[in-house]
Design a protein around this ligand. Structure first.
Ligand SMILES: [Zn+2]
Length: 441
């Protein structure tokens, strides 16, 4: 298996973006004896970050918060807590990026410093791709509650032979994380008032990494199309609409076909990715329409309902999930709290069980939603999902004629230009939460 040469990739990045030498640090975990040692290597930046947080609270916190940061030992406690979080991040073999010392008071999104941690060089393609298809609660370890591996996973196609290349995927993942670092500067934070800000960042990072992919591996690569399928599958199977960058990916694929990417410098690639990202990301009405149509809102609401009644319900579920026992979670919740955990968990698993257990059901479910939706985003997800069924599902595991008929039904539905308004209560809360962003300079 060919591995990504992290040292060479790091050297290349600083050569291409010299201004990132002191802003973006690539931490190769495999070069350190432990995640603790890796974190210690940028301790001065952690100190700077904690001081920034303290200063922000001192300037903007409420009365109690302001009093709190003045107490002895708070800085050390914050630092210890933060390092603990970092250690959890660093102990995973997947790629991660952590922005530090984000300048909260200004309009342009800027972090003082960013740690990028590539996936371990020995991470297999399957491991890198697993998180695109597995719902978060199954990743959390309750797979035994539902026969995910034995049913759903067996219907999903593996990566095609020409893309079964660990180095290629690790490179893309690193370029995506570095893409965040180079595209972020200057992004207008007030866009978060009515847009899915996460989605903007992900669209820019994917566009950048895909442009670089074609430059590195040639314009005949089928990677872009496969990636579009993965991001779409993650929206349906994971409810991950924040990473839904398929429209941006399509734009890059089209530009590649026109031969417009090969000659771009890294800076031009970055500028183009920023432009594509801003044309592709969705607003909050669209996000709500998606979550409301597919199953992710149910999960959010379930946790909302649970945490309203008692913080401990969530704690118990999380704790039991970590121990990989659903029955244990249900028992604890049922015996110790009035909240009916079993019903909630059944609710949580229901859409998966009902709609995703086999490809025909998934196609019918997505098709039905795509044919009746008034939301452009829901329509886009449904269209792309059905379009790519052949690369998502194992050959022969679904009825091809039904798929065709379903695609036609979705194509016949043309949603309006404007997304349907989301409920007023959610809008008001979000407005309150983001009111500070409007007046930033
Ligand atoms: Zn990302």
């Amino acid at each position: 298996m060919k591995r990504l040469d992290i040292a060479a990739a790091t050297e290349e990045f600083y050569r291409e973006f010299p201004d990132h030498k002191d802003k973006t640090v690539i931490v190769d975990r495999s070069a350190f004896s432990s995640s603790h040692a890796a974190i210690r290597s940028f301790e001065d930046k952690i100190d700077e970050h904690i001081r920034g947080v303290m200063q922000h609270v001192a300037d903007n916190g409420n009365f109690i918060q302001k009093k709190l940061v003045q107490r002895d030992g708070v800085e050390d406690a914050l630092k210890a807590f933060f390092e603990m979080q970092l250690e959890a991040i660093f102990s995973s073999s997947l790629a991660h990026a952590v922005p530090l010392n984000v300048k909260l008071g200004q309009k342009e999104f800027e972090s003082g410093f960013r740690v990028v941690c590539p996936a371990s060089p020995d991470t297999a393609v399957d491991t890198l791709l697993e998180k695109f298809r597995t719902p978060a609660f199954i990743q959390m370890g309750i797979a035994d509650a539902f026969e995910w591996e034995a049913t759903v996973m067996t219907h999903l196609k593996g990566v095609p032979e020409e893309l079964d290349d660990a180095e290629m995927w690790q490179r893309f993942v690193l370029d995506h994380e570095l893409g965040h670092a180079v595209t972020l500067r200057g992004t207008d934070r007030s866009l978060a008032v009515d847009h899915d800000f996460t989605n903007l960042l992900e669209c820019m990072a994917d566009a950048y990494a895909l442009i670089r992919h074609y430059q590195r591996y040639g314009e005949d690569s089928g990677f872009g199309d496969y990636l579009a399928g993965l991001r779409t599958t993650a929206a349906i199977y994971q409810g991950d609409i924040g990473h839904y960058s398929t429209e941006a990916i399509e734009t890059v694929i089209a530009l590649n076909k026109e031969g417009k990417l090969a000659e771009l410098t890294p800076q031009q690639s970055r500028d183009l990715a920023v432009e594509i990202g801003h044309k592709s990301f969705h607003d909050l009405n669209a996000k709500h329409a998606f979550e409301d149509t597919f199953w992710s809102r149910k999960i959010t609401d379930m946790f909302g309902a649970a945490t309203d009644k008692s913080w401990d319900v969530k704690g118990a579920l999380t704790e039991a999930w970590k121990k990989r026992s659903l029955s244990d979670a249900v028992d604890r919740v049922r015996n110790e709290w009035t909240f009916d955990g079993e019903d909630a968990l059944r609710e949580l698993l229901l859409p998966v069980e009902k709609h995703l257990k086999n490809p025909d059901d998934a196609i019918a479910w997505v098709g039905e939603k795509g044919a009746e939706t008034q939301s452009k985003l829901v329509h886009s997800v449904a269209t792309h999902f059905l379009e790519r069924a052949a690369s998502i599902f194992v050959d022969g595991s679904y009825d091809a004629d039904t798929l065709k008929a379903t695609q036609a039904k979705v194509a016949a539905n043309v949603p309006g230009e404007k997304e349907p308004d989301r409920p007023i209560v959610g809008r008001m809360f979000h407005k309150l939460r983001t009111r500070g962003l409007k007046n930033l300079k």
